[in-house]
Design a binder for this molecule. Sequence first.
Ligand code: 4FV
Length: 246
Amino acid sequence: MKFRILTLFPEMFDAVTGASILGRALSNQQIKIECDNIRAFSKDKHHKVDDAPFGGGAGMVMKVEPLRDALNSKPQLPNSRVIYLTPKGETLKHEKVVSLAKYDELILVCGHYEGVDQRFIDRYVDEEISIGDYVLTGGELAAMVVIDSVSRMVSGVLNNEGSAEEESFSNGLLEYPHYTRPQVVDGDEVPSVLLSGNHAEIEKWRYRESVKLTAERRPELLSEDQKQALKDNFIKKKKRVEKKRL
Ligand code: 4FV
C-alpha cells in the first residue's frame, strides 16, 4: 500500500514513519509513505500557496495551482484514490478503513487555513473524509489517522493477523475487556473464566461482555438479533428474580 501525502508540513509525518508498527511496515516495504511539499509547487516568487477568500471573510484559502501541480507531479497508480481530509467529509469508520485498504495508492491531501479552493476538490478529489466533528489546524493529523488505521489492514503489518479480526468494530461490537499478569493486583482479580482454559466458555464470556459494553456505550452498533437477545436475557433474569421472591 502506497500513501502519497500532499502537505505544507512533511516533517510532521516523521512521527508515523519513525517508530513501532508503521516504522517496521515501512522497513518491510509493506507500506510506502511519500510526502510532497505543496509549497515546492508554487510558481509564485514568494512561494505563496494561499490567498484571501473571494466574497471576503476571515482566514485564507489554499490556491488550486500549487495543489494541482503537486498532485500531477507524479503519475497516479492505476488503483489509487485522491482523498481530501476535511470536517465536511464522511466520518471515518471501520468499514471505510477496510475499503480504503483495497487500493494500491491513497493520495491524502492535507488542507490548512480555512481549507482549499473548491475547484481543486471538484476537479481532482475522489472523496472527502473527516476523522471527527471538530476542527484541526491542518489535515496532517487526520491523514496520519488514515495511514495508521489503513496500514493495520495491510497483510503482514500486524504481528498476528488475528488481532485485526478480534478487535473493536471488526465484528461490529466494542471489544471485550482484557487482562494480563499478575493474576491479582491491588487486590483485584481476573475473571475466573479466563483462567479456566475452557475456550468455548471464554469465547461466550467475551462475546457477552462485548454485547453488554456495546449496549451500554454504543447501542446503535447492536444488530436487531443482539438487541432481541439482550431483551430476552433481561426478561429471563427478571422472571428468575421474581420466582426467587415467591
Ligand atoms: C479535519 C477533520 C479538520 C479544517 C481546516 C484543516 C482542518 C483546516 N480534517 N477531519 N476534523 N481539518 O479539522 O479531517 O484546513
